[in-house]
Design a binder for this molecule. Structure first.
Ligand code: ZN
Length: 119
């Protein structure tokens, strides 16, 4: 079974490697979906939503919420934010998917595939 919890955070960023030069600094209400995959345990849950919330708040949101993402993730595209979040959360049992929404209708999904970063 897949279990997903959604989070939001407010953060500024700007891309630094665009052909026309760096973007102006701007902000978004970002959305983060963290998905775990596993069997339903004896307690009736795949994983405790409350426990998942604590881990994500500690390892990810405390560093990103109301932050300049460029100070945390170089050239912080949604793709690179997803890769960074995966690294922070990879100890979670059954981590299956990280989805990052930069704005309404625009998201990236990372499932832990080998990723060769070009930037
Ligand atoms: Zn943006």
């Amino acid at each position: 079974m897949l279990l997903t919890r959604e989070f939001t955070f407010e953060a500024a960023h700007h891309l630094t490697k665009l052909p026309g030069g760096p973007e102006p600094v701007h902000g978004h209400t970002w959305r983060l979906h963290v998905t775990l995959e596993g069997p339903v345990q004896k307690d009736g849950m795949v994983y405790d939503f409350v426990k998942l919330g604590k881990v994500v708040r500690t390892r990810v949101l405390k560093k990103l919420d109301h932050a300049d993402l460029n100070r945390v993730v170089p050239n912080p595209s949604a793709e690179r934010v997803a890769l960074w979040a995966w690294k922070q959360l990879k100890a979670l049992p059954g981590l299956a998917e990280i989805r990052v929404w930069e704005c309404e209708g625009c998201s990236v999904t990372y499932r832990g595939e080998p990723e060769k970063e070009r930037v």
